[in-house]
Write a protein that binds this ligand. Sequence first.
Ligand code: BGC
Length: 333
Amino acid sequence: MLKALQALTACVLLSAMVATPAVAREISPQDQVKAMTRGINVLGYDPIWKDPAQARFQMRHFQVIKDGGFDAVRINLHAFSHMDADNRLDPAWLATLDRVVKSALDQKLTVILDEHNFGDCGDDPAACKPKLIAFWKQVGERYKDAPDGVVFELLNEPNKGLTDDLWNSWIAELLPVVRATNPTRNVIVGPAFWNNIDHLKQLKLPVEDRHLIATVHYYLPMEFTHQGAPWNPATPKTGVTWGTDAERQRMETDFDGVQAWAKANDRPMLLGEFGAYDKGDMASRAAYTAAAAREAEARGWAWSYWQFDSDFIAYDIKADAWVAPIHDALVPK
Ligand code: BGC
């Protein structure tokens, strides 16, 4: 009788396990990159995080993004200012994040959770590190059962004091924190020096972790993409165009270098940011944007345009309309 009962219990348990769909399926980073080919950065500088009532970005914009031909959103999270003295994330901030993630997933968009306190981490790595670890402990735990459409990005643009070597040592510490709760979720990691293409060769990814996507950002030449940008006073105010054969060739050569690294290291790629600031002339900005997106696609990378709203804008929230030349450049008709 006891044996029969045990057998029955085992049978019930087994069928329950089979019948329960696994929420977080395992998806290879290559397939993930294919599914998220065309993406856009969102919400980094939106008042929503401090006060949802003040949000510029509304949840319906995820549908605008999906209908606009995009597959993914890279959500830029400045989480450190939403932590208490013990580095606990504010429950209200987390509730906003839950709502944002769910609304994006409802539109079948891939969601990249990008920790974006790169300024703090470059200026004071020692102060940043415990916060970054605490962030991934909490966010890893919270989203461990999320569908595989949720992808983590350890840190946007490590820079300055967060050198190649230091960043490599952090990667080796941060990944186990994530893997404790998310053993097979795809995680995005890029090189130091602001995710610069020339620092890829210094990037050390643990060879045994096959759920990583490598990322770089591309804003070269800075004199063109950052002309008139107040945070980059080294670049000229205005008047720099883009689109000569030599300029296009440079982009291709740069991307080929990245591709060579990706092949040699067997890692799929995300071009996580690119674009040209609003002060440049629109024809050049559109040409540059289209060229970068097509060159990335030609190499099988995913890309994520910088950015939906705020500056470099692709979508005018007030006018409730795409900025046509930028949108057409990203998603050709
Ligand atoms: C930063 C933005 C900046 C952009 C281009 C992003 O990573 O968060 O503040 O506008 O890079 O420089």
